[in-house]
Write a protein that binds this ligand. Structure first.
Ligand SMILES: C[S@@+](CC[C@H](N)C(=O)[O-])C[C@H]1O[C@@H](n2cnc3c(N)ncnc32)[C@H](O)[C@@H]1O
Length: 241
């Protein structure tokens, strides 16, 4: 069993070659793209900010961000070069937005190597729409670790998840009434408790909100991680000298 179907890059390539890139990232192209974009604006996004779209796919959210942000301020990273290329050629170019995004701002990488992005590495805002829903917890922890040095203190990272409430049995499949998706403890699509995300940032200079319902059509909740100036005192090694 693989981490998720997104790791079957040949299958993703075939879908993209058939013109199915929008479906490959979950469809609901306008609905989810606009929902996410409007959420970020409501949370204070401004055109002069630098934004990192983690697991950006073929730019369902990205096209709105590129349109809104000042030129050069949008960066995306994704496991699939085919999805990135489809997003650039088949979504950005027809909208005339490719002039606002150097092609090098879209990086193919599956290990959260944000230091490979061509920037001075300080993002004000990051977003991950429908990414953690497809990843195991250690990947999320790696993502948070590697995001730490590339975010400005006070920067925010908004990420969606399938939420398993504390009164539900985490170890069993969970049916989400809105959207009708069944999620799982240890296979894609994954669900998480709020405590799992607190665990993922333990010892790192991040805080995280409780999962919130934001009327996502597939019942994904959203959390906001805030980049703190330093690791919380409880996570530091005590000075015994
Ligand atoms: C459901 S799609 C969402 C894409 C985009 N965020 C959107 O909302 O349209 C999930 C995306 O995560 C990407 N992905 C999965 N694992 C990844 C990893 N380890 N690093 C970067 N991207 C990853 C997939 O290639 C895919 O594009």
């Amino acid at each position: 069993m693989t981490i998720s179907n997104y790791y079957d890059l040949d299958s993703i390539r075939q879908t993209v070659e058939r013109g199915g890139h929008r479906g490959a990232v979950g469809g609901m192209w306008e609905e989810v793209g606009l929902l996410t974009f409007r959420y970020l604006v409501a949370k204070g996004l401004r055109p002069e900010m630098k934004v990192l779209d983690v697991g950006c796919g073929c730019l369902r959210v990205g096209i709105h961000l590129v349109d809104f942000l000042d030129s050069g301020n949008y960066f995306g990273i994704d496991l699939s070069e085919d999805l990135l290329e489809a997003g650039y050629q088949h979504e950005l170019v027809p909208l005339g937005l490719q002039t606002k995004v150097p092609r090098g701002n879209l990086l193919c990488d599956g290990e959260f190597a944000f230091d490979r992005l061509p920037t001075d590495h300080h993002f004000d805002v990051a977003v991950a729409q429908s990414l953690f829903t497809h990843l195991p917890l250690n990947h999320i922890r790696l993502c948070m670790t590697n995001l730490t040095p590339v975010m400005v203190p006070g920067g925010s990272f908004h990420a969606t998840l399938f939420h398993c409430p504390d009164d539900a049995e985490w170890q069993r499949p969970l049916l989400h009434d809105r959207g009708g998706i069944t999620t799982h403890p240890a296979r894609d699509p994954y669900h998480y408790r709020a405590a799992d995300f607190r665990h993922a940032i333990h010892g790192l200079p991040w805080s995280v909100t409780e999962p919130a319902d934001w009327e996502h059509p597939r019942d994904q909740a959203i959390v906001t991680f805030e980049r703190l100036r330093s690791a919380p005192a409880s996570a530091r090694t005590p000075n015994l000298g």
